[in-house]
Design a protein around this ligand. Sequence first.
Ligand code: NOJ
Ligand code: CA
Length: 570
Amino acid sequence: MTPDAASHPAALPSTDADWWRQAAVYQIYPRSFADANGDGIGDLAGITSRVPYLAALGIDAVWLSPFYPSALADGGYDVDDYRDVDPRIGTLEEFDAMTAALHAAGIKVIVDVVPNHSSDRHVWFQEALASPRGSAARNRYIFRDGKGDNGELPPNNWVSLFGGPAWDRITEPDGTPGQWYLHLFASEQPDFNWSNEEVREDFRTTLRFWSDRGVDGYRIDVAHALTKNLDPAFDALLDVRQGHEHLFVDGQHPIWDRDEVHEIYADWRRIFDEYDPPRIAVAEAWVPAHRRARYASPEGLGQAFNFDLLMADYDAAEFRRIIVDNLAFADASGSSTTWVFSNHDVVRHATRYALPDDSAASAGGIMSGGKDGKQWLREGGDPAALDIPRGLRRAKAATLLMLALPGSAYLYQGEELGLQEAGQIPAADRQDPAFLRTQGEEVGRDGCRVPLPWTPEGPSFGFGPGGAHLPQPAWFSTYAVSVQEADAGSTLAFYRQALALRHELQTAEELTWLDSGRADVLRFERPGGWTVVSNFGTEPVDLPAGEVLLSSSPLVDGRLPGETTAWLRA
Ligand code: NOJ
Ligand code: CA
């Protein structure tokens, strides 16, 4: 069932500088994708071994979450060395082999850049700890003296995004209690000082390092956080979590989305444009829609994530508003937009849509404080109350709608299997700092990071010859790749069909809304006669004339059932 990798139809020729504008990008969380050597941790050789699978899926690019050396205090987003591979995951030579294999299959490679913070094991942070107050080494991070008679109190009471204080106190080289450093995330993730030219220069080196190795693009982690105004006047800001935007003029918040962050991205753009084709970048910036344009501008990173569908209820009017707004925002910025339902930070959308109907609980949430299935499960939500068939039905309908939209589509590993969140992980096995730093009050993100099932049996369901670094539930067997490859009606077969058809039908970045005659049904057309009907309701609806190319659930008497999307050709 796995076609020859070389036969993968690339969306656009590899020399096309616009390849990213309507790409289908598949996110790999390397530790949980495929484990070649059986140590329970996914690795680069595992990814290389699965290139035929990725080619058969029909994606245009992969985005790899961090694979750099790391103590994994935050799943690899705590980077020890930006220009190397974690020895548990592979080597630089294996990275090159993986990139070559992906390129040979017509698949681009996007890697994660984590510029807001390093890990506390980074050589610069270790040097800062060993150096005195006020030294050049300390000035690469954000150190401050504490308050109180002996500096025993943190500089202010900011709370980190993962809970607990955003400042930690160090011990000075002479053994006395010392200064405090800022970490917006875990203690092991000290924030860089982006006013320091040395920091800027080092990231230029990193971008050239990977670009020279043939990497096609970058996903920029918390792109809206790098530049800060740490004037003590802002110390009363209680915590640094989003939600204070209304207190500040746009671009003037002390931490988030400051205007001057774009100087950094203009600088990076010059580096990206040194390459042919230019390297691309996509900003992870949790900013209001009207603030995305500068991240997405061709003079900046070029594209920015839009998480609006991920956060939305399954509702026709809400989807339509989000689509209209984001197409307009992208157009105004000269970019194309990005669509995403699932990633390594949120509850899988097949599970979000399976949550009991009552609540905002079914909306997606960000990693901290968001109202989503994580909190619902933590608060004792009974997994037996999940309506799994409905969750999958809606997830497939939403995905088929997304794949028909102008712009690029981001898919998260396992969603092509219709995989559900592995929500019931024992506390002792959990890894997410959001769980550990809140003593379990936040359940965290481990449930979407459980290693993938490739076969219905075996010690880790075919993830590798050994175990898995997070426990896999028994029901994973029914979702295994090999099971679905043998079933023409599987979710995997559906994704493959949808992605293959998307390549065939992909066209100018335009969309025309058509009257569906019903408030709970969306209908639109793309140039070339590609018509899309999405029924968010429960009552079947008649389809317009045309050849039905694909539907997310089987038609009933020629009509489109509820919670189903269909593609037609006029
Ligand atoms: C956003 C990443 O997606 C998330 O996984 C990580 O924990 C934070 N940034 C901190 O790097
Ligand atoms: Ca391994």
